[in-house]
Design a protein around this ligand. Structure first.
Ligand code: SF4
Length: 252
């Protein structure tokens, strides 16, 4: 099984992935994809199955996890770059397009393009420092695409919202200390393992069938997909590099 999500899958699997869950997710997502395989409908079915499965596994597991501070309106973490796979970007775009006509989708694509241009080249610390929120973060601090938010957004749970605020306010001090272990991370490993394992299972379903399932930056990927979710999915399945401009530029 190849996931294509990490340049060094072995190192990623050692810390972030449960192999049994990855395999179970692969099997379940493949079963959802197969009836409509190689079609946009199948891609959306696979992405929805991945989100439903990961949420269900996490809801069962979180009883054993430490209590966390996260709640609606707390959005410090929504000021860092967000990563998606193509199926996740496509299901998000299809959800956005459902209530909009073509002109509105094109206008949204323009807005997302502008946001992506501003975010280009900003790593996590720089994005915090720039105070640039996710394009989907609403003024009330809620996620504007909550039902279809990316798997890695669902994965973030913090035991200390005060730490998240410090990370937002002092990124060049706190983020390196977090990365090198000088500061203890308040982010739950368990939820990260759950959502990353399922995300890798989702990617593997497509990788195994010859469709590139690379990591993408959320906003430029959504900018591409929202203009024509169905056509973008068809071209992606056919091997076109429709998401090349959105390839994840960060090593983390
Ligand atoms: S998609 Fe939603 S949860 Fe994810 S970073 Fe954006 S606003 Fe936050």
């Amino acid at each position: 099984m190849t996931t294509g999500l990490y340049a060094d899958p072995e190192s990623a699997r050692g810390t972030l992935v449960n192999q049994d869950l990855l395999q179970d997710a692969y099997d379940a997502i493949l079963a959802a994809y197969i009836p409509e395989r190689e079609t946009p409908v199948g891609v959306l079915a696979a992405a929805r199955k991945a989100a439903d499965l990961a949420d269900a596994v996490w809801h069962e597991a979180e009883a054993e996890a430490p209590a966390y501070d996260c709640d609606k309106g707390c959005s410090w973490c929504c000021h860092q770059p967000a990563v998606v796979t193509p199926p996740e970007a496509l299901v998000l775009a299809a959800w956005l397009a459902r209530e909009r006509d073509g002109h509105a989708c094109a206008a949204l694509g323009e807005r997302l393009d502008g946001h992506a241009r501003r975010a280009a080249g900003l790593d996590t610390a720089a994005r915090f420092a720039d105070r640039l929120p996710c394009a989907f973060l609403q003024d009330d601090g809620a996620c504007g695409v909550y039902p279809v938010r990316p798997l890695q957004c669902r994965a973030v749970h913090s035991t200390d919202a005060g730490f998240c605020q410090r990370l937002f306010e002092e990124p060049y001090t706190v983020y390196p200390a977090l990365q090198d272990g000088t500061l203890a991370s308040p982010f739950l490993t368990l939820s990260k393992v759950v959502y990353t394992s399922v995300q890798m299972g989702l990617a593997a379903v497509f990788q195994e069938r010859g469709v590139a399932c690379s990591r993408l930056a959320l906003e430029p990927a959504a900018a591409v997909a929202v203009r024509d979710p169905h056509g973008t999915a068809e071209h992606w399945l056919a091997g076109a590099g429709v998401f090349d401009a959105a390839l994840w530029p960060h090593g983390d």
